[in-house]
Structures are given as C-alpha cells and as structure tokens.
Design a protein around this ligand. Structure first.
Ligand SMILES: Nc1nc2c(c(=O)[nH]1)N[C@H]1C(S)=C(S)[C@@H](COP(=O)(O)O)O[C@H]1N2
Ligand SMILES: [Mo]
Length: 323
C-alpha cells in the first residue's frame, strides 16, 4: 500500500541510517513545500514519491480487515479546532502550518527530560503501518492506515519515575499560525493550547501510537502533522494533534474537553455504546465515505472493538462513572 522503495536498492541492503536520512530529507522537503503553501497534488511525481515512507513494516496490531476510508475522506473531513470548527476548515486552513523544524519537550516525572527533535524520535523508533478504526464522539467513524511507532517505546526510553501516574500531551500554541486560537469569528470557546491525557498504564498499552503519517505518506497538516497521538479505543478527541509537549505527572491532567464541559466529556472517554453523550446516543455510528444517510447505522462496539486488548485496563471500574 503506497510503500515506496528507492530505485535500484534491494530492500536487504537498506541500512537503518540510510532509511533515517531519507526520512529526514523528505520530511524536510515536505515541510518546506507545505510551508510555501504548495499543494502536494501539484508536485512532480518524483517529489511526491520522495514524501512516502520507504520500508514500512506491517504491524501485527492492525486488528481490522475492514476497508480503509479513502485518503480523500480521511484528509478532507477533519476535526482540528485550531483551524476552525467546520469539517473542511482544517484542510483549507492548515496548509501553511510550519512543521519543520519540530521538537517535542518530554518532561516532568522522568529520568531523561529533554527537548527531542522529531528526527531523533524517528531515528530511535522504527515506523510501522497500523490500520485502526477511529470513532469520533460525534458518532461517525473511519478506518485509517496510520504510520507511526508505539508510545510505549518512547516512554520506556525516558524512564518515568515512581511518581509518574499520568501523561499529559499539549498541542502547539501559536495564534499567528492557528486562526482558531485567536479570539474572533472562528472561536470554538475552547481554552488553548489543546491538552489531553492518559493514565500511564493506558499510555503504555501497545495499541497507543504516535503517528507521523497515513497511507504511507507524511501526515498532511490537517491530520495533525508532524506528530499526533492515536488511541484507537477512545473517542477521537483523545488523539491530540501537532504535539509539542509530553509531560509525566502525578495527578490526573485537566483536559481541554473536560474543562469546556465536564458533564459531557470525561477524562477516560473510552468508546462505549452503553454510555450515551448527554445530548445523543453513542450506540451506533456512521462510517464516513461508506455510509449514506439511508444506510443502516453501524453498531458501535465496546472500546471501539478493541475490548479483548484493553478491557483489562479498566477491571473493577464503573465505566458510567469514569466515562
Ligand atoms: N489539537 C487538536 N487535536 C485534536 C482535535 C483538535 O481540535 N485539536 N480534534 C480531535 C477530534 S474531536 C478528533 S475526532 C480527531 C480527528 O482526527 P482526524 O481529523 O485526523 O480524523 O482529532 C482530535 N485531535
Ligand atoms: Mo471527534
């Protein structure tokens, strides 16, 4: 699936540093082009090919055989309130976000706090393709072939102390680049920057990933470039985009959506057909691109279908209380 091998080099001879240098080059190219406002669709095929990840391994954690949603749908129907609340706003407005250079401050209750360059994370953590369902709290869903690496490996590398109980993630705050963060017409009423959080054991679950691409290509800005979280058993809003800080903390972080409306959005936000949103049912969903207004609605599954893998994280917890 859109996996590109550099011409003339058999896979067996590609060494890890070579792959790393290639990734670095095309991420820089892609970033420079998007920063210049160039639509990648207009670029010569050779340049487009350079933006694809070579040598992606298939993950054993792609647990669905459902048809992936089209690239077009995944990248034109988005939630990214930093660029407006409309579904087409992110694709229309995020193009100029500068995603290179990019660093992520990893800090708090860990032994190795540092500001990590994105390239450094890519160098240390091999990428793979993970096909996951994504279920939005608004009762629609998609199937996305992400490119990413496991969050767990990053956490192990920074060595949490015994006081680390939660992980807090923060999106870039830059009203100049993100019009939705300015007071005014695009205002969503959210408090910026966007903050999300996971319990440390949730963050350590092998299904939780940091994604840097989709469909074998560098993430387009509207999808959360250059690095975003993907937690497939939770509602989409937990999967925070364009991350600049990962902080290990003792107390449960106050997330953006809880702050905005604690009655409607809880910290856990596990996909659960039996716990309705106060204003609508969560029992069913519509698959973007596949279902029409007349199609029968799909049943939403507990933990978005990942119950066999994640249910044990919540043994003994009242999921109606910890929603
Ligand atoms: N920073 C940030 N991250 C965000 C959001 C946002 O508005 N800002 N929206 C969330 C919501 S509600 C969803 S459903 C997913 C959507 O991801 P997608 O646009 O790649 O499908 O991103 C999540 N991450
Ligand atoms: Mo969402």
């Amino acid at each position: 699936m859109l996996i590109n091998k550099p011409a003339g080099i058999p896979s067996s001879e590609i060494t890890p540093p070579e792959i790393y240098r290639q990734r670095r080059r095309f991420i820089r190219e892609a970033a420079a082009l998007t920063a210049a406002g160039v639509s990648t669709a207009l670029l010569p095929a050779a340049t487009q090919a350079a933006m694809k990840f070579p040598q992606l391994r298939k993950s054993r954690y792609s647990l669905t055989d459902e048809q992936p949603t089209s690239y077009k749908n995944i990248t034109s129907y988005n939630n990214f309130y930093e660029f407006g609340t409309g579904k087409s706003d992110p694709a229309e407005r995020a193009g100029k976000l500068r995603t290179f250079p990019w660093s992520v401050a990893i800090e708090g209750e860990i032994k190795k706090p540092a500001v990590y360059q994105l390239e450094d994370l890519l160098k240390h953590h091999p990428l793979e393709e993970r096909i996951y369902r994504l279920r939005c709290v608004e009762a629609w869903s998609m199937v996305v072939p992400w490119v990413g690496f496991s969050l767990r490996d990053v956490i192990r590398r920074v060595e949490p102390t015994s006081r680390a109980k939660y992980v807090q993630f923060t999106t870039l705050y830059d009203p100049e680049q993100m019009p939705g963060q300015r007071p005014g017409l695009l205002g969503s009423g959210l408090d910026w920057p966007y903050v999300e959080g996971l319990r440390l054991d949730e963050a350590m679950h092998p299904l939780a990933i940091l994604a840097v691409g989709l469909y074998g290509e560098v993430l387009p800005n509207q999808s959360g470039a250059p690095i975003r979280l993907v937690v497939p058993w939770k509602y989409g809003f937990k999967s925070i985009k364009s991350i600049v800080q990962i902080r290990f903390v003792e107390k449960q972080p106050l997330t953006t959506w809880e702050k905005a409306n604690p009655r409607e959005y809880g910290f856990y936000s596990n996909v659960n057909p039996k716990v309705d949103h106060p204003r609508w049912s969560q029992a069913t969903e519509r698959r973007i691109g596949a279902d029409s207004l007349f199609s029968p609605r799909r049943k939403t599954l507990l933990f978005n279908g990942y119950a066999d893998q994640v249910a044990s994280l919540y043994t003994g917890m009242d999921l109606k209380k910890y929603f």
